[in-house]
Design a protein around this ligand. Structure first.
Ligand SMILES: Cc1cc2nc3c(=O)[nH]c(=O)nc-3n(C[C@H](O)[C@H](O)[C@H](O)COP(=O)(O)O)c2cc1C
Length: 340
């Protein structure tokens, strides 16, 4: 089985190819500090054998969160709580990244102003965001950079920049939400500039041997928005700064999405082929045979299971037993998973 084989990316060596994708738990207090829930939540998946855990969208500033209950990484006081989780997850043999995010116009809390590349709301019911000045753009880029420094201090094995789901970076990338006339708008190169500057500044502080992941929405699912062809061009611009692409879709505008098991695999496959970068695929993947098909046909390098791992934290151990995959069981649980 390919699923339970090791996988290396830079200095990070994964024991298998199953990923827990970032999933907001909206369980922090207003200060954004990780608590017992987060510790139990992530360490349970590590104990369950997940090779690679990507911690939920974590705000690089107070108004960069999605809600006021998100985790934060805008202050040094966040490092300890995160480090406790990182240390425990690693002790159970998994690797762990953190997804850093600015929500832009999708911020729904009360701790600051709502900002975006242009003053366009997500839908008619959302509050109108304030258009960012160039100075404010520079401040946000700096906040991504200092978040990366803190993530490294907390001991994360990898860092994921959230460029998907209609949050600030995606708002800059898409012509539907970015109507700027300056060097951050209009052309594809200009719309990619904000992301590129973030990646460049992170690279100045993030250790060269640790992977940098970019999550993208490969399509906006609407006319005039980003489609897979445009996303391939965007990724080719920022390719020198990224080690693996975590391929998702949608979230920029309300759009009808045809969802079915594996609905995003084709997008990941296209990016892998066209950009010659490793990819993570995700989206209604719940069966180990499906994971095996994706990996063995080289359609993606790693496979993420979101809601399935919320339902079943021991998915990896159960599948390894069923398929006789090579796995190291937590010794306390050996009697529950006899492997002939
Ligand atoms: C409760 C929940 C929270 C999520 N939060 C995030 C997030 O913080 N960042 C992100 O990039 N995606 C987030 N997602 C999307 C997941 O990472 C994943 O792409 C999506 O659930 C599809 O995979 P699945 O069908 O295996 O669940 C979230 C999904 C769920 C269900």
């Amino acid at each position: 089985m390919n699923t339970f084989d090791e996988y290396s990316l830079k200095s990070m060596k994964l024991k298998n190819k199953i990923v827990m994708p970032p999933m907001c738990m909206y369980s922090a207090n207003n200060l954004g500090i990780a608590n017992d829930f987060h510790f139990t939540h992530y360490t349970t998946r590590a104990l369950g054998g997940v090779g690679f855990i990507i911690m939920e969208a974590t705000g690089i500033s107070e108004n960069g969160r999605i809600s006021d209950s998100d985790l934060g990484i805008w202050d040094d006081s966040h490092i300890d709580g995160l480090k406790k989780i990182v240390d425990a997850v690693k002790a159970y043999g998994s690797k762990i990244a953190i997804q850093i995010n600015h929500a832009g116009r999708k911020y729904e809390g009360k701790s600051g102003k709502i900002v975006a590349p242009s003053a366009i709301g997500f839908n008619e019911n959302s509050k109108l965001p304030i258009e960012l000045s160039k100075d404010e753009i520079k401040e946000i880029i700096l906040a991504f950079k200092t978040a990366a420094i803190r993530a490294n201090k907390a001991g994360f094995d990898a860092l994921e920049v959230h460029g998907a789901h209609g949050y600030l970076i995606h708002q800059f990338l898409s012509p539907l939400s970015n109507l700027r006339e300056d060097e951050y708008g209009k052309t594809l190169e200009n719309r990619t500039r904000f992301l590129k500057e973030i990646l460049v500044s992170i690279k100045e502080v993030w250790p060269a041997d640790k992977p940098l992941i970019l999550r993208v929405s490969a399509t906006d699912y609407v006319e005039g928005g980003i489609d897979i062809k445009e996303m391939v061009k965007i990724i080719n611009i920022i390719k020198p700064y990224v080690d693996i692409v975590d391929v998702s879709s949608g979230g920029l505008v309300p759009a009808k999405i045809n969802i079915f098991p594996g609905y995003q695999i084709k997008l990941a496959e296209e990016i892998k082929g066209q950009c010659k970068l490793p990819v993570i695929t995700v989206g209604l993947i719940t069966e180990v045979n499906m994971v095996e098909e994706i990996l063995s046909n080289n359609r993606a390098d790693l496979v993420a299971l979101g809601r399935e791992l919320l339902r079943n934290p021991f998915w990896v151990l159960n599948c390894a037993k069923e398929k006789k995959g090579s796995i190291t069981l937590p010794k306390q649980y050996e009697r529950a998973f006899p492997m002939e």
